[in-house]
Design a protein around this ligand. Structure first.
Ligand SMILES: Nc1ncnc2c1ncn2[C@@H]1O[C@H](COP(=O)(O)OP(=O)(O)OP(=O)(O)O)[C@@H](O)[C@H]1O
Ligand SMILES: [Mg+2]
Length: 57
C-alpha cells in the first residue's frame, strides 16, 4: 500500500462547499475579495476543508 494514502487521505465529498470556496478564490484572483465563513457542528470537517483550500492557493 502506498504510504501517502494514509498520511494524507482523500477529502471525501464536500463538492458543494468546495465549489463555493473555489468561487471565492477565483473572484479574489480577479480582484474582488470577500470573506467566507465556514461553520458547522464540532468534528464536521471545518479545519480539514480549510487546510485543503489553503493547499490550493
Ligand atoms: N471531507 C472529509 N473527508 C475525509 N475526512 C474528513 C473530512 N472532513 C473531516 N474529515 C476528518 O474528520 C475529522 C474531523 O475533522 P476536522 O478536525 O476538520 O473537524 P472540525 O469541524 O474542524 O472540528 P472542530 O469543531 O472540533 O474544530 C478529521 O480526522 C478529518 O480528517
Ligand atoms: Mg477545527
Amino acid at each position: 500500500m502506498e504510504g501517502g494514502v494514509l498520511l494524507r487521505p482523500m477529502l471525501v465529498g464536500r463538492g458543494e462547499e468546495l465549489a463555493r470556496l473555489i468561487g471565492g478564490l477565483d473572484r479574489a484572483v480577479a480582484g474582488k475579495g470577500s470573506a467566507l465563513l465556514v461553520s458547522g457542528e464540532p468534528g464536521m470537517g471545518k479545519t480539514r476543508l480549510s487546510k485543503f483550500m489553503k493547499r490550493q492557493t
